[in-house]
Design a protein. Structure first.
Length: 58
């Protein structure tokens, strides 16, 4: 996952670091920081939510 924020946005930089993102200066735009985090795919068969029929019965 990749994002960008202003180098002066201390709260966002803190949040990104706390969330496990690496933070580096943009090679293209002065005053911009690049935020990057590797995310893994969910395990096969692991549902994100209950099946639709279970939700309808609730």
């Amino acid at each position: 996952m990749v994002g960008e924020t202003l180098a002066t946005n201390d709260k966002m930089l803190h949040l990104a670091r706390k969330g496990g993102f690496t933070v580096r200066r943009s090679p293209d735009v002065r005053g911009v920081m690049v935020l990057e985090k590797v995310v893994e795919a969910a395990q096969r068969g692991t549902p994100c939510s209950a099946p639709a029929d279970e939700l309808a019965a609730a």
